[in-house]
Structures are given as structure tokens and as C-alpha cells.
Design a protein around this ligand. Structure first.
Ligand code: DQA
Length: 150
């Protein structure tokens, strides 16, 4: 892809995603977060994109990261974990920054408990990828680069 500036994308992971690989592997797979980030970095290299990764178990820190992304990144990919289903504060942060956001989940949240079927993020995201394990992140990354290149 011909581009005369480097796109920078922030990949945010929320609560309990720091224990991937050990946590409910039947839902989330055996890869830990480092391994997923490494796969993202390999794809980013291929796509000519820069990535920054943030993980936090704290809602306020996730809000801070979204706000700070405004001047540093062109897009955000977020797996907000359980905050997907509860956090108006994260939605407000997304609305506040005017950056395109793609929602990601490792598992198919619609195949699981009823309380996971509602996402506060979906209505404010440009799109979402769920159910493909680590590949959800890679598909989201391709989609974001494609979206930003339009
Ligand atoms: C998750 C799905 C959420 O419902 C859950 O709370 C998570 C992980 C996923 O990636 O499948 O922590 O976001």
C-alpha cells in the first residue's frame, strides 16, 4: 500500500485479558496476551502500520488511554472485556475522541450467557469482530488499516 505517513493504531485490552492463556481456555484459547500482541506486530509490519498496546483491569485507566489516543493514534481497536457489557464511561470516552473504534472479542459473545449479548460499545464502533480467538484482533487490524486508507 502506498502511503506517505505511518498509521498508528492503539490496541486496548481490558480486565482479565492479562491472564489469557490461563483463563477459561475453552472460551479464550491458549495464547497469552504477549503472543497475541506478537501476531499483531507481525501483521502490522506487513501492513506498514505502527501499534501501541495497553492493557488495564481498571475502567478509569481505559478511559485515560482512550482520551490520550486522540493526539497519538489514528484508530483504536478495543477488547473491553467485561466492561463491554457495563461501561457508559468507556462509551463516553470513545464519543469524546472522534477516532474510529473497532470492537473485538475472542469469543462469540452472542453464543454465551445472556448478559454478554449486550454491548455498550457496538453502537459507537465502526464495526466489530468476535468469535475467532486471536484472529479477531488480526481481522480488526486489517479492517482498521483498510478503513483508514479509504
Ligand atoms: C471477552 C468477552 C467478555 O464477555 C468477557 O467479559 C471477557 C472477554 C472476549 O474477548 O471474548 O473478558 O471480551
Amino acid at each position: 500500500m502506498e502511503r506517505n505517513f505511518v498509521i498508528s493504531i492503539l490496541i486496548i485490552n481490558g480486565p482479565n485479558l492479562n491472564i489469557l492463556g490461563k483463563r477459561e481456555t475453552h472460551h479464550y484459547g491458549i495464547l497469552d496476551l504477549n503472543a497475541i500482541e506478537q501476531k499483531c506486530n507481525e501483521l502490522a509490519k506487513e501492513l506498514g502500520t505502527e501499534l501501541e498496546f495497553i492493557q488495564s483491569n481498571h475502567e478509569g485507566s481505559l478511559v485515560d488511554s482512550i482520551q490520550l489516543a486522540q493526539d497519538k493514534h489514528q484508530g483504536i481497536i478495543i477488547n473491553a472485556g467485561a466492561y463491554t457489557h457495563t461501561s457508559v464511561a468507556i462509551v463516553d470516552a470513545v464519543l469524546g475522541v472522534k477516532l474510529p473504534v473497532i470492537e473485538v472479542h475472542l469469543s462469540n459473545i452472542y453464543k454465551r450467557e445472556y448478559f454478554r449479548h449486550h454491548s455498550y460499545l457496538s453502537p459507537v464502533a465502526i464495526g466489530g469482530v468476535f468469535g475467532f480467538g486471536a484472529t479477531s484482533y488480526l481481522l480488526a487490524l486489517r479492517a482498521m488499516v483498510d478503513y483508514l486508507g479509504r
